[in-house]
Ligand binder design. Structure first.
Ligand SMILES: [Zn+2]
Ligand SMILES: [Zn+2]
Length: 272
């Protein structure tokens, strides 16, 4: 029997108000899929974003840390349960996140530019989808350059905003410029399988963009972005084969904010 190797590096809890299931159910699913562990990366609290409809309130952060710690204890010896965070990036949020990330030791910090969040859209969308897409990739590169994040999450998410206005060939030079900047920082990028269920049903990023990342040696972290327990490690085997298809031989995850690398062939053999 192959040993468990992989982690779920991106999943949520009920505290973000748009995920369901207990943390124990997520951990059980990780165990059933043959994973070594699971890193909870719920949506970070943010200041001044109104009623925090899709994230925990700032005063709930300690509850989140305690919830993950209790789950870790309950699953000791079965699944390695870890604390992480999915932190939004937009210009100006850096001081808040510096303080937040320092409050408790984190294992994996995802950096996300969430173009669908109303407050982000109100500030940055001015009626032209292509301009919005360009700005998204600029913000992604800026996020990498802040040094606040281990991995950039679902790094072509903006394609779901108006799928009819997504033209890869047209946006490609802007993606390449962003990837050059990201590659220079050493920050990893995510292959997120939840894109298969989004408006433009395709992994994030697309295989074409993964090829551009591969050409620059950007390390990839796999995540299902589970908001329900059933989606923990969902579509991992297909995603690993897609990575192989563009030339990757290794896949990564973060523990204690240090990148760990495993061969894709071994990762595939370890999954149930
Ligand atoms: Zn979410
Ligand atoms: Zn997420």
């Amino acid at each position: 029997m192959p040993e468990p190797l992989l982690y779920e590096s991106h999943c949520h809890t009920v505290l973000c108000k748009h995920a369901t299931g207990t943390t124990a159910e997520y951990a059980e699913r990780a165990e059933a899929r043959g994973l070594k562990g699971i890193i909870f990366t719920c949506h970070c609290p943010l200041p001044g974003l109104g009623p925090n409809r899709t994230r925990m309130d700032p005063e709930q952060y300690e509850d989140y840390v305690a919830l993950v710690a209790a789950t870790r204890e309950a699953f000791a010896g079965r699944v390695d349960v870890r604390l992480g965070l999915e932190s939004d990036y937009y210009p100006g949020v850096e001081p808040w996140l510096e303080k937040l990330h320092a409050r408790h030791p984190l294992n994996h910090v995802l950096g996300s530019v969430h173009t669908q969040v109303p407050e982000y859209r109100a500030r940055f969308f001015h009626g032209d989808w292509f301009e919005y897409q360009k700005l998204y990739f600029q913000h992604l590169a800026e996020a990498a350059e802040t040094g606040l994040y281990d991995t950039l999450a679902h790094p072509d998410l903006v394609k779901n905003e108006s799928p009819a206005d997504w033209d890869f060939a047209r946006i490609r030079p802007h993606i390449e410029r962003a990837l050059d900047r990201i590659a220079a920082t050493g920050v990893a990028m995510e292959l997120n399988t939840s894109g298969l269920h989004k408006a433009l049903p395709e992994i994030n990023p697309s295989p074409a963009m993964l090829g551009l990342m591969r050409a620059r040696g950007i390390p990839v972290v796999l995540g299902a972005d589970a908001h329900v327990p059933e989606r923990v490690a969902a579509d991992y085997a297909g995603a690993l084969r897609t990575l192989q298809g563009v030339g990757y031989t290794e896949v990564n995850f973060f523990l204690e904010r240090k990148r760990r690398t495993v061969p894709i062939a071994e990762a595939l053999a370890s999954l149930k």
